[in-house]
Design a protein around this ligand. Structure first.
Ligand code: CU
Length: 175
């Protein structure tokens, strides 16, 4: 009886690990990164951005990242009053609250050529997300072809291994 209690605790601690590590890293533009050739509207429509997630901008020295404060500035590529500017080439942006965030390239002309992305951050409790419809077949296909979200998958599987490991240890003890 005592061992079964231990087993239950171990399994639950494994499950809690899975639950608390669901934050994902979104590599902007997927494997191509932050480059002019990417269609960022279609890239972002496949993503679900939640509070606690991170954006990663990967790019060469030709580009930079400017965060814009409004939809108006985003639409008109007005880079005059940026909220934030980044230029390391491997920039991580944490999505700490809900709302829409706007990013553009700071290199003259690039934003006008479409090098900008809008991110709609929803509550991490939300299970519905922002994607309309439920074409699970096609969305799972595009998900596996991009390498975004692989960090989430890895961390989730570590949690899974912990849960299964706890189960195995518990079973051995009860034998
Ligand atoms: Cu650029």
């Amino acid at each position: 009886m005592k061992m079964q209690a231990v087993l239950v605790i171990l399994v639950f601690s494994g499950l809690i690990t899975v639950k608390t590590t669901l934050a994902a890293q979104h590599v902007i533009g997927g494997s191509q990164g932050w480059e002019q050739s990417v269609d960022f509207d279609s890239w972002s429509s496949d993503q679900s951005f939640k509070v606690g997630d991170q954006l990663v901008f990967k790019y060469s020295g030709l580009h930079s990242v400017v965060e814009l404060g409004s939809e108006t500035a985003y639409k008109s590529c007005d880079l005059g009053t940026p909220v934030n500017s980044l230029s390391s080439g491997n920039d991580v942006v944490k999505l700490s609250k809900t709302g829409t965030r706007y990013f553009a390239c700071g290199t003259p002309g690039h934003c006008e050529q479409g090098m900008k992305v809008k991110v709609n951050v929803v509550s991490s409790d939300s299970t519905t997300g922002s994607s309309p419809g439920s074409s699970s077949g096609s969305s799972s296909g595009s998900r596996s072809s991009s390498d975004s979200g692989s960090g989430h998958g890895l961390r989730a599987s570590i949690g899974y291994i912990l849960a299964v490991g706890s189960l195995v240890v518990g079973l051995i003890w009860t034998l």
